[in-house]
Design a binder for this molecule. Structure first.
Ligand SMILES: [Zn+2]
Length: 287
């Protein structure tokens, strides 16, 4: 069975990054396994309706429940929590907690992830890009882990107790392309609506997508709502009237019905410098 293993930092990342694509592949018979490094203990309660002391006291338990619910909506076959503590944003007290993900030995994290990959034998691994614009320490660690697992899982000399070697074909990272943000922003302005991307556009200034990066653009027509439902399951983190839901579904599906993935590593020579349309096959993107 074709398999994808997705590495994520916190509960809700699996729903905000590439969820429509995973749902689409699951519906086409792909097995999907979610590895979530932390429990999201350092997250702020971002839904005003949930901002109560009794919710805050049970936050890690609630976030684990939310994760299970969201993963079921997307269609993941299995969720594997690694059990580390959320390391928090840079320069917060969470960074120095002994259980924080960033304070765990990298080799220990790598060996555990290699063991999962060797057991699941995925063709495709989803990880993170270098997170230039969102330098959360846990996300940066997932980026380093994504590349290290690709090499180590295939190397018989690394972690011989973690199962027989397995060579993942490709590692992709879900990315928010500048072109996507600009297209959706413009579409909202053209309708005379307020755009949720106003601040993003300011911060981007004259940034452009690097044309030399290989990317896959996955058509998620029919899956955008399912990804939003998964996000809504993260009740403590996601405001149901907030940012993620402000562009109407029909606008997304008519203007930019794609999720974009940067190719971080690949073992096949066929991947063209052009973007591909399928994480599992080297087919050129025609759209
Ligand atoms: Zn995160």
């Amino acid at each position: 069975m074709p398999t994808v293993v997705a590495l994520h930092a916190h509960p809700d990342d699996e729903s905000s990054k590439g969820a429509g694509t995973v749902a689409r592949y699951v519906d086409r018979g792909v097995r999907a396994v979610l590895v979530c490094a932390t429990g999201g203990e350092a997250g702020d309660i971002l839904n005003p309706a949930m901002d109560q002391p009794e919710i805050a006291a049970r936050l890690s338990e609630l976030r684990a429940e939310e994760l299970r619910e969201a993963a079921a909506i997307i269609g993941y076959d299995e969720v594997i929590p690694l059990g580390y503590r959320d390391s928090g944003m840079p320069d917060t007290e969470h960074n120095v907690h002994p259980d924080a993900f960033v304070n765990a030995s990298f080799d220990e994290v790598l060996e555990r992830t290699v063991a999962i990959v060797r057991r699941e034998r995925p063709e495709v691994l989803l990880g993170y890009d270098d997170h230039e614009r969102y330098p959360h320490p846990d996300h940066l660690r997932i980026h380093d882990l994504s590349l290290a697992v690709f090499e180590a899982a295939a190397d018989p000399d690394r972690f011989p107790d973690a199962g027989p070697p397995w060579a993942v074909s490709r590692v992709y990272a879900p990315v928010f392309m500048v072109g996507r943000i600009r297209s959706l922003h413009q579409a909202m302005l053209d309708r005379g609506d307020e755009s949720p991307f106003e601040r993003w556009i300011e911060r981007l200034e004259d940034a452009e997508d690097d044309p030399d990066v290989v990317r896959a653009h996955i058509d998620v027509t029919g899956y955008v709502e399912r990804a939003r439902d998964a996000l809504r399951a993260h009740r403590t983190q996601i405001d149901p009237d907030g940012f993620w839901f402000q562009v109407p579904l029909d606008v997304v599906e008519s203007v930019y019905p794609y999720e974009d993935f940067e190719l971080l590593a690949s073992r096949d020579d066929e991947t063209s410098p052009e973007a591909t349309s399928d994480l599992f096959a080297p087919v050129r993107f025609a759209g």
